[in-house]
Write a protein that binds this ligand. Structure first.
Ligand code: SAM
Ligand code: DTB
Ligand code: SF4
Length: 329
């Protein structure tokens, strides 16, 4: 059984990342197959509950107010709309609903109260509820936990050194603080990054170093391929070669063997065989549904056909919690 380590060095991670591709995939696949449910893929559905008009300057993001993109600003959704979308996602096979808001941070106002109501309502549908709302303080994380939030997504996106090139309106430590607040409230942590921002291999390794040296690894690690959007500073970035995605996913699987690794944004540009390589390399989660937050994603039907071809099955909700309860009883 692969040991869960929290003391990986950058040199060790670099050696894994740079190993011959076939060896790397084989090693990651071997570790992944030690997990009893290796053919199960966790399906999350994304919903943008508040779109665009964000004050931050994340250079990849179509929702930043300062860039001129085609994204239309939309105020916070009503609870009913979110509940209908959640029901539809559940029927399509999603076990988790992730609600995203184009906010820099959560404020203690009526909008936050409404998000708490959304969390309660989706929880009642027996779905894992996830939010990604920007920065949180300890009290806000606790209020989300009390409402029944299962997971919180807050990505590092790139390395500490590269951070200022990508975002200037907050710093890397702000990100780590929010993750710490989420941990303190005992909410499951979802944190990963983006490949294709123009970062170096060292930046990728350094980001994985930060994640894998956390006292507890994030339960989910999303690996996004940049979706270059017209109007953002990164609009002309070339698409990430598939081997880079595979290297990132395999390295993540090897150094965080028990985490769920999510093949996240960028799947519309990937063939079935590209994605098969990612699953072989240890990816065991996807975002499903025809839209991510503002950009396209494969449809549920396309994904179900892919699962059929690859012999993969959707994972039921609350599996981790059920597993630990079974052990405790
Ligand atoms: N505003 C909150 C925040 O930044 O934490 C939550 C929403 S934000 C859109 C969530 C994540 O989406 C970002 O951290 C980033 O990793 C990812 N993302 C945004 N735009 C992207 C793009 N064009 N391509 C790939 N990933 C992207
Ligand atoms: C994550 O790691 N990727 C998702 C989710 N967490 C919130 C977001 C991807 C966004 C891609 C660009 C868009 O659709 O706006
Ligand atoms: Fe705002 Fe989040 Fe987009 Fe950054 S990534 S501009 S914080 S919505």
């Amino acid at each position: 059984m692969a040991e869960v380590r929290h003391n990986w060095t950058k040199e060790e991670i670099a050696e894994i990342y740079n190993s011959p591709l076939m060896d790397l995939i084989y090693r990651a696949a071997t570790i992944h197959r030690e997990n009893e449910d290796y053919s199960e893929v966790q399906i999350s559905s994304l919903i943008s509950i508040k779109t665009g008009g964000c004050p931050e300057d994340c250079s990849y993001c179509p929702q930043a107010a300062r860039y001129h993109t085609d994204v239309e600003v939309q105020a916070l959704m009503q609870v009913d709309t979110v509940v209908s979308a959640a029901k539809k996602a559940k029927e399509g096979g999603a076990s988790r609903l992730c609600m995203g808001a184009a906010w820099r941070e959560v404020r203690d106002n009526r909008d936050f109260d409404r998000v708490l109501d959304m969390v309660k309502a989706v929880n009642e549908l027996d779905m894992e509820v996830c939010c990604t709302l920007g920065m949180l303080n300890e009290q806000q994380a606790q209020r989300l936990a009390d409402a029944g939030l299962y997971a919180y997504n807050h990505n590092l996106d790139t390395s500490e050194d590269d951070y200022k090139r990508i975002i200037t309106t907050r710093n890397f430590d702000d990100r780590l603080n929010t993750i710490e607040n989420v941990r303190k409230a005992k909410i499951s942590v979802c944190s990963g990054g983006i490949v294709g921002l123009g970062e170096t291999t060292d930046d990728r390794i350094s980001m994985l170093f930060t994640l894998s040296n956390m006292a507890k690894h994030p339960e989910s690690v999303p690996i996004n391929a940049l979706v270059p959007v017209k109007g953002t500073p990164l609009e002309n970035q070339p698409r990430v070669p598939i081997q880079d995605m595979v290297r990132m996913i395999a390295t993540t699987r090897i150094i965080m063997p028990k985490s769920v690794v999510r093949l996240s944004a960028g799947r519309t540009e990937m063939s079935l065989s590209d994605q098969a390589l990612c699953f072989m390399a240890g990816a065991n989660s996807i975002f499903a549904g025809e839209k991510l937050l503002t950009t396209p994603n494969p449809t549920f039907n396309e994904d179900m056909q892919m699962f059929e071809v690859l012999g993969l099955t959707p994972r039921e909700s609350f599996k981790e919690r059920k597993k630990s309860q079974a052990i405790a009883n």
